[in-house]
Every structure is written in structure tokens, then in C-alpha cells.
Design a protein around this ligand. Structure first.
Ligand code: NAP
Ligand code: HSE
Length: 430
């Protein structure tokens, strides 16, 4: 039986998971793809730390990338170190040296996809990145291959495990934001810098990757409108529940005649919505395609073994292609560039929480600000008194974002409006 030598760049949460899965499934993988897999080297920064912690494989660790990238025996490089620099340079060099690459790095794919895929094509190697989106869920393969004959109209997903974990803990276990974030970090879900998770950048990168494939257009991180969950308060979560909804960080990509809208933001959805039941570290992606219709994919979106599962699946595919001399078969599918629709042009419903003076005529003034900007109100509820002030929650009918922003600007100028507590977009009917 052949032995295929691979190397890992990184041995953190995901790298260790890949090692565990390869060890535990050694026989099954060897039998199914006809080759043994040998990890030849593992790149880390602090070699001593790893050698003393993982003494049984201490000889594998190196801090010299050239021992991997220029090693003619290494056929597949598995990049699980994260970040753009130096990961991008290493991946490019690996491909130039004829190695296939498997990566879990959404930052790199979402920001440098074009250069990576040009190199992949030029050197006829594989570049697989299933683990970069939604952990264990095999959504990249589904969009690239299974739905290749469909026209995708819409993707709506919960694609960040950390924020879904935080929102679930805040909603159902009254855990506060900081404690829930700490738990997500301890469980290995959060990025090295969790700002990327909580501010929505991680989800935006994943949406850029998914929509590039789904809409055959190169979409990068900066094309996606992003708002994170850091402004979501327990009171918004409670009011959403009272309205029959839940707050989720949604990644939304929709295509219509004018172009593609791309956005990541907290969203109130009805409790009956299929995505409302997706809790903790789970992710789910809803896809609407012209022939297949509505599809939903569900699974663990982060964590050691779920992510390693996606990485190892890609390693096995890369080995199969190598052994069958069929590398480079699946490459970039961005053959056009559809126009993008700016956030000001999107149409949705809104939840607005306000603190206003509690006196006659106030609601009429507030309603006037909405009316003057063509935003129609669906319901107004006075929630509670806070001294001389009243907290009011307004739900609008569907309105253009630009009109809603003008309404908020006008409300801020009214002396009776003391504070705009929060504005949250709403999807679906309650
Ligand atoms: P991690 O726990 O922080 O591990 C990173 C590893 O890479 C460490 O072993 C680190 O070694 C090594 N490393 C980082 N920079 C390096 C450099 N310049 N040179 C050599 N080694 C370097 O990260 P992780 O959670 O495993 O994530 C890895 C990748 O997978 C990221 O792209 C992440 O976005 C992605 N991902 C993670 C998850 C998840 O649930 N964690 C899920 C899906 C995708 P030292 O300790 O010596 O610095
Ligand atoms: N930090 C990411 C998350 C890891 O929480 O979803 C998976 O990409």
C-alpha cells in the first residue's frame, strides 16, 4: 500500500483534532483510499512547548517552514494555523512546489481567494477549504458540486458558532455576555482574537466564501455589510421573546434582478423559523435553489473534532486525486461579476427600542418621524417606565434601510427622544 506524506502548519485546536481523527480512523482511511497517511512534520512557533506536551510525537515539530514547503516527499500541506500572513505565503509556496493544500482558514480564502485559485490552477494541484465555513457541515462541496446545475437565489445561515453559543446562553440560561464568551473560548470555538467572532467579521468572511461559490462571482470580505452582536442586550433578547421571536446573528445573501445583497447582522426571527431552533455551537445554512428548492444543512460549526472532520475529509479527497492523477479538477468557479446591492437599498422590517419622555403627544411625534420618511409602523408597545421616561418598542412594516436610517437620524433630533436603545432588523412574519 502507498504511503502519502502530509504536513500540518499549526497544531492548535484544529491541528490536534486532525491528528486525533487521522490516528483513530487510520485503518478505515487506509482501506477506503488505498494509502496510509503519515504526518511527516508539524509547523509551530514554540517548538519546545509542543515537544514537552506531545512527547510521543516530539520529533515531528519544527519552526522552520522550509522543512515542509521544500520537502519533495510531502504531498499535502494542511494549513491550520490561521491568519493571513504568513499563512498565505506558505500556501502559495506549497502549491508552487506541487503540493496540494487543505486549509481551514476563512480569513485567507475570503480575502486572497483570487490569488490562491490562480496559483492552484497554474500548478494543477488541489486547494480544498471545506472547514473554512460552518465547521463540520459539508456546505462548500454541496454548493460547488452537488448544486452545480442549480441557480442559487438565497443563502441564509447561522455560520458562527461562538456568537450562536453566546446568544443561546444569554437567551436560555441567563448567562451574561462575558461569561458566555469565556465559555466559547474555553471550548475552542472562538478565534484567537474573538473580536472577529463577536463583531461578525468571521461570519462575513464565511458569507463571502459561500456567495462567491453560489453566485459564481468573486465576493470578498469588504463586500459584506457587517454588524456584530456586541450591542445586543438581555432586554432586547427578552423583548424579542415577548414578540414570539429570537435574536440570531444571520449571514444573508440574496440575488435578484438588480444584483446581490450581502449582510451579516443580528436579526429577530420568529420562534417558528427553522433557524430559531439552531442553538449553542450549532450552525445551519438554508439555501434556496431554482431546481432543488429549499434545503437546510445543520451541524456543529466550530470545535476541535467537527472542524477536523471537514479537514480530514478534504485530505482524503486530495489523496484520492493524487493517487488517481486527477489533481486540480475542482477550481475556482467565479466566471462573472454580478453587481452588489448596497445596504441602503435593502428592504426588511425593523425593531427599534427607544427611551422617550413619558407625556402626552410623545407617541404622535415619534410616529410622525417614521411617517415623514415613508416607514410604516406595524406595532408600538410601551414596555416599562424608567423614572420620568418610558421605554417604547416599535416594529415596522418592511421598509427601505435608507428610509429607516433617515428616521433614526430624525428621531435623534427630537428633544422628547432621550435615547435610541437599539435597532435590530427583523426577518419573517410574527
Ligand atoms: P489555534 O488553536 O490558535 O492554533 C494555531 C496553531 O498554529 C498553533 O499551533 C500555533 O503555534 C500555530 N501558528 C500560528 N501562527 C504560526 C506561525 N506564524 N508560524 C508557525 N506556527 C503558527 O487556532 P485554531 O482554533 O486551531 O484555528 C486554526 C485555523 O482553523 C484558523 O484559520 C481558524 O479560523 C480555523 N478554524 C477554527 C475552528 C475552531 O473551531 N477552532 C473552526 C473552523 C476553522 P504556536 O502555539 O507555537 O503559536
Ligand atoms: N470562531 C469560529 C466560530 C470557528 O465560532 O464559528 C469556526 O470557523
Amino acid at each position: 500500500m502507498d504511503t502519502v506524506k502530509i504536513a500540518l502548519l499549526g497544531f492548535g485546536t484544529v491541528g490536534r483534532g486532525v491528528h486525533k481523527v487521522l490516528e483513530s480512523q487510520r485503518q478505515k482511511i487506509a482501506k477506503s483510499c488505498g494509502a496510509n497517511i503519515e504526518i511527516k512534520k508539524i509547523l509551530v512557533r514554540n517548538v519546545q512547548k509542543y515537544r514537552s506536551t506531545f512527547s510521543n510525537i516530539s520529533n515531528l515539530f519544527t519552526d522552520d517552514p522550509h522543512q515542509i514547503l521544500e520537502d519533495p516527499e510531502t504531498a499535502i500541506v494542511v494549513e491550520v494555523m490561521g491568519g493571513i500572513k504568513p499563512a498565505f505565503d506558505y500556501v502559495i509556496e506549497a502549491m508552487k512546489n506541487g503540493k496540494s493544500v487543505v486549509t481551514a482558514n476563512k480569513d485567507m480564502i475570503a480575502e486572497c481567494g483570487r490569488a490562491l485559485f490562480e496559483t492552484q490552477r497554474k500548478f494543477t494541484v488541489d486547494l480544498f477549504f471545506e472547514a473554512s465555513v460552518a465547521g463540520a457541515i459539508p456546505i462548500v462541496k454541496v454548493l460547488k458540486e452537488s448544486l452545480a446545475g442549480d441557480e442559487i437565489r438565497e443563502i441564509i445561515g447561522i455560520v458562527n458558532g461562538t456568537t450562536n453559543y453566546i446568544l443561546s446562553k444569554m437567551s436560555f440560561h441567563s448567562v451574561d455576555y462575558q461569561d458566555a464568551l469565556k465559555e466559547a473560548q474555553q471550548n475552542g470555538y472562538a478565534e484567537a482574537d474573538p473580536t472577529s467572532d463577536v463583531e461578525g467579521y468571521d461570519a462575513a468572511r464565511k458569507l463571502a466564501i459561500l456567495s462567491s461559490i453560489a453566485f459564481n462571482s468573486r465576493i470578498v470580505f469588504k463586500d459584506v455589510y457587517v454588524e456584530g452582536i456586541s450591542k445586543i442586550t438581555p432586554i432586547d433578547i427578552r423583548y424579542a421573546h415577548e414578540f414570539g421571536g429570537v435574536i440570531k446573528l444571520l449571514a444573508i445573501a440574496k440575488r435578484n434582478e438588480e444584483g446581490i445583497e450581502l449582510r451579516v447582522h443580528p436579526t429577530i426571527i420568529p420562534s417558528s423559523h427553522p433557524l430559531a431552533a439552531v442553538n449553542d455551537v450549532f450552525n445551519a445554512i438554508f439555501v434556496e435553489a431554482n431546481a432543488a428548492g429549499e434545503l437546510m444543512f445543520y451541524g456543529k460549526g466550530a470545535g476541535q473534532l467537527p472542524t477536523a472532520s471537514a479537514v480530514v475529509g478534504n485530505i482524503v479527497e486530495a489523496i484520492n486525486n493524487l493517487l488517481h492523477k486527477d489533481r486540480g479538477r475542482i477550481g475556482c468557479t467565479c466566471y462573472k461579476q454580478e453587481p452588489l446591492i448596497s445596504i441602503e437599498e435593502i428592504v426588511t422590517k425593523y425593531y427599534i427600542r427607544l427611551l422617550v419622555d413619558d407625556k402626552p403627544g410623545v407617541l404622535a411625534s415619534v410616529a410622525g418621524a417614521f411617517g415623514r420618511n415613508s416607514v410604516s409602523i406595524e406595532s408600538v408597545i410601551q414596555k416599562r417606565r424608567l423614572g420620568e421616561l418610558a421605554e417604547v418598542v416599535i416594529i415596522t412594516h418592511r421598509a427601505k434601510e435608507k428610509d429607516l436610517q433617515n428616521t433614526v437620524s430624525l428621531l435623534k433630533t427630537l428633544p422628547i427622544v432621550r435615547q435610541i436603545g437599539n435597532v435590530i432588523r427583523v426577518e419573517g412574519d410574527f
